[in-house]
Design a binder for this molecule. Structure first.
Ligand SMILES: [Zn+2]
Length: 177
């Protein structure tokens, strides 16, 4: 399933080709379009199954073509942040455990590949906002799972958390470990 191309045909014709990852010699070999991923993740008309398949596709590209997504996102930091924010939105909005699991995996893998303090910082800011808006404990769980996995792959993360997010993230992270 991870070999699925990540193109949202309905909207893709509107997108600049520079946001597409191409694996072959022709433009028809598009495997992923950053703009399509963002639109799919943010759309209420796209089913969670479709989102989950798309996330698996993003994960597949991360595995098969290391650096490809990083290269696309490095063209414009704002688009990179938007891409990551759209994935974080899945953690906030999805009720489906398979979709959540895919979203967490892709985010962790992506942040590891990007190796950018700015992106990690932005993710932490977003989570900080989510935590202060989240009313139910259940809603926190995907975020904690994600943070736990992120701490595993980015050993410097706890320090970043402690420096910039005294509360509530820090207390939750420490309380849950
Ligand atoms: Zn597109």
């Amino acid at each position: 399933m991870s070999n699925v191309d990540v193109i949202y045909k309905k909207v893709h014709f509107r997108h600049d080709p520079r946001w597409s990852a191409i694996t072959g010699p022709s433009a028809g070999d598009v495997v992923l379009c950053v703009a399509c991923v963002i639109e799919m993740m943010e759309s209420k008309d796209v089913s969670c199954v479709r989102k989950s398949v798309a996330l698996a596709g993003v994960g597949g590209v991360l595995k098969r073509s290391p650096g490809a997504i990083k290269e696309l996102l490095s063209q414009d930091a704002r688009v990179g942040l938007h891409f990551i924010a759209s994935l974080l939105g899945i953690l906030r909005s999805s009720e489906d455990s398979a979709t959540l699991e895919q979203g967490i995996q892709v985010l962790v893998h992506l942040l590891l590949e990007l190796q950018s303090e700015q992106f990690v910082q932005d993710v932490l800011n977003d989570i900080h906002t989510q935590l202060s808006q989240q009313a139910s404990v259940r809603g926190f769980l995907p975020i904690f799972t994600f943070l736990g996995k992120l701490v595993d792959v980015l050993p410097a993360l706890p320090q970043t958390l402690a420096c910039h997010h005294a509360s509530p993230v820090q207390s939750h992270v420490h309380g849950s470990s």
